[in-house]
Structures are given as structure tokens and as C-alpha cells.
Design a protein around this ligand. Structure first.
Ligand SMILES: [Zn+2]
Ligand SMILES: [Zn+2]
Length: 536
């Protein structure tokens, strides 16, 4: 059993414990353990066998016992029992229909139904309203959701990293390809799809229904099925005839508007063959939002990135030391890494004072001594104070190689004040890059009221770059804003904002987002060697 498989089982266990209203601390402990296992560098099954698994962060004796059971027997008895008792298939369907997990379980008990199919029949027969607490409104909502199963959408989008993991795992298990929004690297994914090729569709459809990620199949046709996860997320599977696989992949990748403008699509075994037959140049999935039939530009490639310019260390809220971060960056093939810890105004986590910044310089110099020719840059993620001044004095900023300026607190300012605040910071001669420029957190916090056009203007004047922050909940700038920035001629930086060595591996999210904004390598500052970076 590999780490991802073990992590999936721990997560399933956490979800079921949640349904059974177990102690929230226990639930959280299992979720954290799943994260740890997923990110572990060594095979966890091996660590369990060697009795060393408790060396991992957050694995105590209780979780160790479960892991041992899972590795030795291939299952967790209590998990299987909870699955029987709580029927995750019903919960998944219920969540997909807009019910909470608890509500689904209550309704299933009251109606005496055990499977998603029985729940659908009961709903269709009008029995929902016989359940205490289910009014006509809720019944109408459930019936309406059942009626639009042909075009399944989750109630809200899934973050890109989770969406890619989900469809990537399903596609790998079926020998197919991920499609839908995650293949276009959309920041919040609604359409989750997988396409595979087989002359006989039955075996892949059966394997799909039996996957641990899929708790219920809500719709099935001859070559298509829609399954839901325990969180109620619908995933569409298309099993194409091999000679039509390319066509099915283009359709399932979307976007709807893009595909519609290409129709009618010819039948072809590969995407390349579809485009050839259409007489249209191949279009990278990231650009398939609006209708487009021309030659696309040479978009920036992940392999062209030479260094990461925004990450944290244990000096602020990072989990790894400067040297650990630098070694991980070197492993990734980079030439440089900027350590950009926080400054005191950030508040919630430790920030570096002027004295700290100078002490940190010694540690960075020592790391550079050991890692040359790799370069660790002295950077900072300096808070922009409400009046636009920076959180460290200019003489300290002047010593640094790379200054990121960030708005963290006070994000609800009116547009004019927020714009003035940011513009003021960009005018500081030492600022090189504006971090997460709009401040949005996907599905949780809207963009700050900020005149981006004005920001682009001043950034261009001052030679300041704008970041594409690669944290999955941020992806800020977004693809749309990258396109505006690129059009304005403003340089872009793709960064991870990593808080751990593993986090440095997420640069692809930033690069793909930049590609969604039509950025080429020339538009992205950190595709350049260090000397060129310094003279910009
Ligand atoms: Zn930040
Ligand atoms: Zn940061």
C-alpha cells in the first residue's frame, strides 16, 4: 500500500468519525496524520513495519495501531464497521444533493433506506416530506438536484490541488486521463471528469464504481457514469471507443464555450489528431476558456523556472530551516531561492525585526558557503502598513536581495485608500515584487478593493513585478489578472509561498496559472538567471 492509499484510508476514517459525531480532536488528528502520510518522503508502510512510524509528525500510539492494522491486513476493522453503519454512499449522495451528512443519515434512517438508489426512489415517490423536519422547500430542492444529474456540478468549487489529486488518482486507477476543469488548471474546479478508452465499456465502469474515492454512482449510461465522493463531489467518467478517445478528451476537458465553437468535432483517437483534422493548431488546455482557433503563443513551461522567490523558514511561520529549504530548492534543479519571512506587523505569526533580519543574514551566508554555486537570497515578505509605509526601515530593506511587499491586515479598506496604500509601497525603491496582489482567498475572501490598472501602471514605472502566488487557496494573481498584467507589460513572478520543503514542489500551480494568463517565459522574471534578475 503506497502513501497516497494509506492517506486516503485515514481520510475516509476521519470523514466517517465525523459522521458518527466522534471527538473533534480525534477527527482532526486523523486528518493531520493523513496529510503527514501523504507528504512523507519514505514509504510509510515500511516505517510501520520497522516500528518507526511515530517519528512522523502527529502520529501517536492510537494512530500507529490503526496504521499497523491497515498495513498488515489491508483494512481497518472499525472503518469497515462505520461504513456499514453509516452508508457513505448515502452521505455522498446527500451532500451532492445539498444535505448535511447528519441530515442524510437521519433521512435514510427515517425512510428505512440503505442505498442511494432507494433514497432516489423514496424521493421520487414523494416520501421525503414524511420525514420529520423535511419541509416542502427542502424536498423541492432535493428533487430539483436529482433532476439535473445529467449536468452535475458541486455546490461549490474544489481547490485546484485537491481537484487534480482527485481526478488524477481516479484516472490513474482506470488507466485514463484527467479532464474537466482540473486539466485546464482552473483555480476553483466544478467540472471533474476522467476519460478512458476501451472497446468494451463495462470493465472500466465497474472499476470506477468500486474505487475507494467513489461512494455512489448516481447516473450510468452505456459509456458514461457519474459517481460522487463522500464529500458529495460529482465525477464524470467517459469510456470512449479507442478510435474516438481524442474527441471525448477534448469534449470532457472543456470549457463548454471553447468546445462549442470547435464543433462539429471529428472522431479521432488522440487530441492531436482532432486538431489536425480540424485544421486548427493544438491548443494547450490552459487556454481553452474562450473560443480560440489561432496559433497559441509559446507559454512559459514549469521547467523554465530557475528559482523560487517567495518562501518561509522557521524564522517566521515556516516548518523547515533555511538550509533545508535551500537544499530542497537545489534538488528541484533551481539556481536560487529567496527566503522571505514575515515582518512584525503580520500579527498572527512571528515576524522579523531589523535585528532579526541581520542575524538571519549570518545563517544565510553560512548556507551559501555550503551550497554554492546555488544561491540563497536574503529576502523579506514585508508588510505594507495601512498608510502605505513598509514595516521595516529603508536602510534594512536596502541590504536585502529581494523584497516582497504584502498587504495582510486591514484588507477591507475602500478602493481609493487601498490603491493609495499599495501604490505608496510600490514607490519604495527597494520593493521588487508585490505578493498576492488582490488578497483573495478562493471561496472565502473576495479580492481587495484595488484599482489594478493603477497598480500595473505604477509597477511598470517602478520596475516592480507582480506575483502569481502558488498557494492553492490564493492563486493570486489569477489567470485573468495575469493576462491584464502581461498586456500592460508588467513582469510576473511565479512563486510558491512555501512554508515547508515539500511546499516548494507546488510551483507548477503558479506556472499553470500564469499560462492561463497567456504568459511566456519572457514575461516571467524568475525564468531568468540570477544576474539578470538583479539588474531588472
Ligand atoms: Zn503573505
Ligand atoms: Zn508568504
Amino acid at each position: 500500500m503506497d502513501n497516497a492509499g494509506i492517506a486516503d484510508r485515514l481520510e475516509a476514517f476521519a470523514s466517517l468519525l465525523e459522521l458518527s459525531e466522534a471527538n473533534p480532536y480525534t477527527i482532526r488528528a486523523y486528518r493531520r496524520a493523513a496529510e503527514t502520510v501523504r507528504g512523507a518522503a519514505l514509504p510509510v508502510a515500511g516505517l510501520v513495519a520497522a516500528g518507526r512510524v511515530r517519528e512522523l509528525r502527529g502520529i501517536g500510539p492510537g494512530i500507529e495501531a490503526r496504521l499497523r492494522e491497515l498495513v498488515e491486513t489491508g483494512s481497518i476493522a472499525e472503518l469497515a464497521e462505520l461504513e456499514r453503519e453509516l452508508a457513505p454512499g448515502l452521505v455522498g449522495l446527500g451532500r451532492y444533493l445539498g444535505l448535511t451528512a447528519r441530515r442524510s443519515v437521519e433521512i435514510a434512517r427515517a425512510l428505512g433506506v440503505r442505498t442511494p438508489e432507494e433514497l432516489r426512489e423514496a424521493a421520487a415517490a414523494g416520501r421525503l416530506r414524511t420525514v420529520p423536519g423535511v419541509g416542502p422547500k427542502l424536498e423541492a430542492r432535493v428533487l430539483e438536484a436529482l433532476a439535473r444529474e445529467g449536468d452535475p456540478r458541486p455546490r461549490r468549487g474544489l481547490l485546484l490541488n485537491r481537484a487534480r489529486e482527485l481526478v488524477g488518482g481516479i484516472a490513474a486507477a482506470l488507466g485514463g486521463e484527467p479532464a474537466g476543469d482540473p486539466r485546464r488548471w482552473r483555480d476553483s474546479c466544478e467540472r471533474l471528469a476522467v476519460v478512458c478508452a476501451a472497446p468494451d465499456p463495462r470493465p472500466p465502469l465497474e472499476r470506477f464504481a468500486a474505487l475507494p474515492q467513489i461512494v455512489a454512482v448516481v447516473e450510468q449510461a452505456e459509456r458514461r457514469a457519474i459517481g460522487v465522493t463522500v464529500d458529495g463531489l460529482p465525477v464524470e467518467l467517459t469510456v470512449a471507443e479507442p478510435e474516438r478517445f481524442g474527441t471525448a478528451l477534448v469534449r470532457a476537458t472543456g470549457s463548454h464555450a471553447y468546445v462549442e465553437a470547435l464543433e462539429p468535432l471529428p472522431d479521432a483517437p488522440t487530441e492531436a489528431a482532432v486538431y489536425r483534422a480540424l485544421g486548427v493548431p493544438f491548443c494547450p488546455p490552459e487556454l481553452r476558456e474562450q473560443p480560440f482557433r489561432s496559433e497559441p503563443p509559446a507559454l512559459v513551461e514549469p521547467g523554465e523556472i530557475r528559482g523560487d522567490l517567495h518562501c518561509h523558514s522557521t524564522w517566521s511561520d515556516g516548518r523547515a530551516s533555511i538550509e533545508e529549504m535551500a537544499r530542497a530548492a537545489r534538488e528541484l534543479g533551481y539556481e536560487y531561492l529567496a527566503i522571505c519571512d514575515h515582518t512584525p506587523a503580520v500579527g498572527a505569526v512571528p515576524g522579523l525585526t531589523a535585528g532579526d533580519v541581520r542575524r538571519q543574514a549570518e545563517e544565510i551566508a553560512a548556507a551559501n558557503g555550503r551550497l554554492a554555486p546555488f544561491r540563497v537570497l536574503r529576502g523579506i515578505e514585508c508588510d505594507i502598513l495601512p498608510d502605505g509605509r513598509l514595516d521595516l526601515p529603508d536602510d534594512v530593506l536596502a541590504e536585502l536581495d529581494w523584497v516582497q511587499a504584502s498587504v495582510h491586515g486591514g484588507q477591507r479598506m475602500p478602493r481609493r485608500e487601498m490603491t493609495r496604500r499599495v501604490v505608496e509601497a510600490l514607490r519604495n525603491p527597494y520593493v521588487r515584487c508585490l505578493s498576492h496582489p488582490t488578497g483573495r482567498i478562493i471561496d472565502r475572501r473576495p479580492e481587495n478593493a484595488l484599482d489594478l490598472e493603477r497598480v500595473f501602471e505604477v509597477a511598470l514605472e517602478q520596475g516592480v513585478a507582480l506575483e502569481v502566488n502558488g498557494l492553492a487557496p490564493r492563486l493570486d494573481l489569477s489567470g485573468e489578472h495575469v493576462r491584464e498584467a502581461v498586456r500592460a507589460g508588467v513582469p510576473i513572478v511565479c512563486s510558491t509561498d512555501a512554508h515547508s520543503a515539500r511546499g516548494l514542489g507546488n510551483l507548477e500551480l503558479a506556472v499553470r496559472t500564469a499560462r492561463r494568463g497567456w504568459a511566456t517565459a519572457a514575461d516571467v522574471l524568475n525564468t531568468r538567471p540570477l544576474e539578470a534578475l538583479r539588474t531588472v
